[in-house]
Ligand binder design. Structure first.
Ligand code: SAM
Length: 225
């Protein structure tokens, strides 16, 4: 992974709560965020006393490297959103400017927490489809804006292997969104669910009270049955 090729972009704790329908009881659980990147979920949950680890390949980079990369791509990402404004729902977040403020606040919170979090083992370098955690180490595994979203870049088999791996390390897995970058339901979703069923992994779709990408109203819940 080369720094010049990554586009670090992170969501807030409030967005994670809404995307994954996290209850107060869920937040007491042992949680893994897979592909958390520069999101503020780990920072905020740790501050609230929760037990959380994040795994992502970008944690191989230093705080300064990630900060420089965030600064380098920030205007371009917002320009892309502005150019495709109709692909998003602007009811909670009202404008591109507000979106930029929310995302930058989240990424700044992440950056401020990053070195301490790394020392505490909360930010761990790793990549699906193979993770260096024990079987059923986590009560809950969350995967936001990686699986299904990048269906063009991550194959069907990589999706299957990744979700099997997430169900190995966690008792329950939640994945959001289920749309790919073109705002269509991921072409992998049905085949993934059928294959997981054969491997005794139960999956169900749940509607969530969050929508920013137009039409992204459901998460996948998966667990070994
Ligand atoms: C669009 S970002 C989402 C960040 C965060 N989850 C959020 O919702 O704000 C996608 C993240 O997936 C990570 N990623 C890419 N390949 C991965 C892999 N093979 N395993 C785990 N994470 C990966 C990227 O480094 C990036 O941080």
């Amino acid at each position: 992974m080369e720094l010049d090729h990554i586009v670090p972009w992170g969501r807030s704790f409030a967005e994670y709560k809404a995307m994954f329908q996290l209850s107060e009881a869920d937040l007491q659980k042992t949680i893994l965020g897979c592909g958390d990147g520069p999101a503020a979920f780990n920072y905020q949950l740790n501050k609230l006393g929760g037990t959380v680890q994040s795994v992502d390949p970008i944690y191989q980079f230093s705080r300064l490297e990630l900060k420089h990369r965030i600064d380098a791509i920030y205007d371009e990402v917002l320009a892309q959103v502005a150019a495709h404004k109709n692909n998003f729902v602007w009811d909670t977040i009202k404008s591109v400017t507000e979106l930029g403020q929310i995302r930058m606040q989240a990424m700044n919170d992440f950056l401020a927490d990053y070195d301490k979090g790394k020392q505490q083992g909360r930010y761990i370098t790793g990549s699906l489809p193979v993770l260096d955690f024990s079987d059923q180490q986590f009560d809950l595994v969350l995967c936001s804006h990686f699986l299904f979203l990048y269906s063009d870049h991550f194959s069907l088999q990589q999706h299957i292997d990744s979700i099997v791996e997430l169900c190995r390390v966690g008792k329950q897995v939640r994945i959001y969104p289920l749309l790919s970058l073109d705002n269509q339901l991921s072409p992998h979703l049905e085949q993934v669910r059928q294959t997981l069923k054969q491997q005794h992994i139960h999956t169900e779709l749940q509607t969530v009270a969050y929508q920013f990408q137009q039409g992204a109203t459901q998460m996948l819940v998966a667990y070994s049955s």
